[in-house]
Design a protein around this ligand. Structure first.
Ligand code: ZN
Ligand code: ZN
Ligand code: FE
Length: 763
């Protein structure tokens, strides 16, 4: 059996089922999974396999089962677990998992020896990747190595009928990790958990050592505390995630459907974005957003804290802005000194940083936005056709980076690494890549990189290739976006082309421009750019990414010519944003544009959103992060779901936006409500993209449309596209297990290279 079958209590599970059925034989781990040897009749085998599938342990996953006659000549007396190297795992590791219900019962039971113990775990739950230094996976290669199990824990560990049989991080208050509460003057006496919770209730900021990194906690109902956190963390705008005690507490603040409830309670325990009910949490938690991100307590420590808390807490990554989350105790004390009032910390090291994963629900389906804790490094099973592929290492892109190891029909995508401009993130990338290669005994034959030559990831990929004497291939960014969805959704390496609509921020294009609003006919093997939105200058290059007004100027010039702003002012003198634009250095910008200095052309949908938002007076001057005003526009539009108006944009390539601007400026001049304009803008995009897709597909006999790129995180736009295209008889596909954003670029890169080098015959 292959899949997630090691380190998840699978062998004792097989042992129990086989014993229960009175079968004789043995079960053991090998390099590829679990081997079961049985002396039985075919119906008994069939029944065993059925039971194994049906009652599978919570963290296990069976991908494939192969059966064959056994030619060995052992004479078994009973059914036993064969210790292949003391329960070691030959390759791979499972993701960290939220505390299970049995362990939760243990820590809440005053009679239990783990009552109130914050590091309780078993084979069905607890830390994995976050504490693993190397394989073989056993206690000695994890950060539990320094804790020697007491007799009671050892007895559990050795007993195949115990839930903690071979649970490597097994621990109890006698032998395991210990909590401390530290203030600015050193350790604080008393119950660390109760005191930390009391401090949060009193409006203090507490740094908590979570599973994959330090987190910062404040009372989510206390405006002053949240404001203080924002100012100390230099994070003025980005929404903050919250944690609540249970589903009932989450449901007070956001609307939850069944999918959301299941996700919140799953072993992955991600942050789930859900529509706010407008209940009173501090507005500073997620300013100008209509969604809130909630997770449930995923560790025993967080569970215990909520015994003392009556409302949600903000729980955000413990870092200085732009740096990765701190994982080390000493660094937490120094780096977070200017932010936290108290530190709830402990002596079990975090080996691998794991951010909290983020999921949203679109059309009733979960869509991963950040794939990290709980999900990575679970292998993704590709179409079996990939079995013939060489092993490929793909290094991803520089924003929301992940890397991918593709081996046979398994794609192992790393946890979210982050944005590569930061040296610590770069170091994390290098260290994690080294670890993953060791964990999966992985040697690449080919290396895939982005076409952007200056990405850190691209340079690093080329360095590795040079050191190991391998070839690199560069993959076009938006082709990789589409291929990621195809790989996610199980397409064969030789699958026919689909139409991909890639709405994105920026990615190096296949020509000399930057792309981000693309219609590509694409298979894993190749792509053809059949339509795109009009390229518009990024005035000042990278500055345009964080100063929306620059995109407004560029778009108005592209639509109406170089005299646009004074001309428009005579016609639309009442529009505040136009007046503000007049005060910008338009002459200098015009000269830059004329001379081609730092004004690269980009067909970016992300920058179009920025331009529209700026004209509506949203984030006119600056934004703190890419996509900030796009989510605000989406939130505005979602306040009027019944608005059906749209601006009539001509269906031809490149798609030009003059009619869109005519409509928006006209509406602004008439003082139309901004939420109506925002809704009309979304409707217009959905209509023009749908119509364009219909025209292309009817000419090319393609019936499948892939929707991807960072802008597709806009659930409103994505739902409209799904609906519109579906009504025209087209099948729409989007990513599920992997993000639609750049977090899946590595998967797409790897799949493209693997498919191109598959040794199977193609027709
Ligand atoms: Zn457990
Ligand atoms: Zn113990
Ligand atoms: Fe992208």
């Amino acid at each position: 059996m292959r899949g997630l079958v090691q380190g998840v209590g699978f062998r004792p599970f097989v042992w129990r089922v086989a014993n229960g059925a009175g079968l004789i034989g043995e079960v053991l781990n090998d390099a590829q999974g679990v081997i079961i040897r049985l002396c039985c009749e075919p119906p008994e085998l069939a029944e065993l396999l059925e039971r194994l599938e049906r009652d599978i342990p919570p963290l296990a996953r069976i991908d494939t089962v192969e059966t064959q006659p056994y030619t060995g000549n052992e004479s078994w007396q009973d059914f036993s677990i064969v210790a292949s190297g003391a329960g070691q795992i030959a390759t791979g590791i499972v993701p960290d998992a939220a505390i299970c219900t049995d362990c939760l019962a243990d820590i809440k039971d005053p009679q239990n020896r783990r009552f109130g113990y914050g590091f309780t775990n078993c084979t069905n739950c607890g830390p994995r990747l976050s504490i693993t230094r190397a394989i073989p996976y056993d206690r000695g290669t994890t950060s539990m190595a320094s804790f020697e199990m007491c007799a009671a824990c050892q007895a559990e560990y050795d007993d195949p009928s115990d839930r903690r049989f071979h649970a490597q991080p097994n621990a109890c208050p006698t032998c395991g990790p210990k909590l401390t509460l530290v203030g600015s003057d050193g350790p604080v006496e008393g119950d660390p958990i109760a005191l930390a919770a009391a401090a949060i209730t009193a409006g203090k900021i507490v740094a908590i050592k979570g599973l994959g990194g330090f987190q910062l906690a404040v009372d989510a109902g206390n405006s002053e505390a949240v404001k203080l956190l924002r100012s100390r963390k230099c994070r003025p705008a980005k929404p903050l995630a919250c944690m609540a005690r249970d589903l009932a507490m989450v449901a007070r603040y956001v609307s939850l459907d069944d999918v959301a409830c299941d996700l919140l309670q799953s072993p992955q325990a991600p942050i789930v974005l859900a529509r706010s009910k407008g209940q009173a949490l501090a507005p500073e938690v997620a300013p100008n957003q209509n969604r809130l991100g909630f997770m449930l307590p995923n560790t025993p420590l967080h569970q215990l804290m909520f015994q003392y808390l009556d409302r949600p807490i903000v729980l955000t990554s413990g870092n200085l802005s732009d740096e990765p989350q701190v994982t080390d105790n000493a660094q937490a004390l120094s780096k977070l000194a200017s932010i936290a009032d108290l530190w709830l910390t402990h002596d079990r090291d975090i080996v691998n940083r794991l951010d909290d994963s983020v999921v949203q629900i679109v059309d009733g389906t979960a869509q991963t936005m950040r794939r990290a804790r709980g999900y990575a490094p679970a292998p993704h099973l590709l179409h079996p056709g990939f079995d013939a592929a060489p092993s490929v290492l793909a290094v991803g892109a520089d924003l929301k980076n992940t890397f991918c190891l593709l081996q046979g029909c398994q794609a192992i995508v790393s946890q979210h690494m982050g944005d590569m401009q930061n040296p610590q993130t770069q170091r994390g990338f290098i260290e994690n890549l080294k670890l993953y290669r060791q964990l999966y005994d992985f040697t690449p034959s080919l290396i895939a990189v982005d076409q952007h030559p200056d990405y850190f990831s691209t340079r690093r990929g080329r360095e590795i290739a040079a050191q190991e004497n391998l070839e690199t291939s560069s993959v076009q960014h938006h082709h990789a976006h589409i291929a990621a969805v195809l790989a996610d959704r199980g397409f064969a390496p030789d699958a026919k082309p689909v139409l991909g609509i890639v709405l994105d921020g920026l990615g190096k294009g296949g020509d000399e421009t930057i792309w981000g609003g693309e219609f590509l006919l694409a298979s894993f093997h190749s792509y053809e750019r059949v339509a795109h939105i009009q390229p518009v200058a990024l005035l000042g290059g990278e500055k345009a990414n964080l100063q929306p007004w620059r995109n407004a100027v560029a778009h108005l010039w592209a639509a109406y010519g170089p005299e646009a702003i004074p001309d428009l002012l005579t016609e639309y003198g009442e529009i505040a944003a136009l007046k503000s634009l007049q005060n910008k250095p338009l002459v200098t910008l015009a000269q830059m544009l004329e001379r081609g200095i730092n004004v690269p052309l980009a067909s970016s949908t992300g920058r179009l959103f920025d331009a529209v938002a700026a004209m509506l007076g949203i984030g006119f001057e600056t934004v703190q992060f890419e996509g900030q005003v796009a989510t605000e526009l989406q939130a505005l539009a979602e306040t009027c779901p019944n608005e059906n108006g749209a601006y009539p944009i001509p269906i031809r390539t490149p798609i030009k936006w003059t009619a869109l601007w005519d409509g928006i400026l006209g509406d602004l001049e008439k003082s139309t409500d901004l939420n109506i304009i925002a809704a009309r803008f979304h409707n217009s995009l959905a209509m023009v993209f749908t119509a364009m897709a219909f025209e292309i597909t009817s000419k090319s006999n393609i019936k499948t449309v892939v929707l991807c790129g960072g802008v597709m995180q806009n659930a409103l736009l994505l739902e409209k596209l799904h609906k519109g295209l579906g009504e025209l008889g087209l099948e729409t596909l989007s990513a599920r297990e992997f993000p639609v954003n750049d977090g899946a670029i590595s998967l797409g890169q790897a799949a493209i290279l693997a498919a191109r080098n598959c040794s199977v015959d193609r027709d």
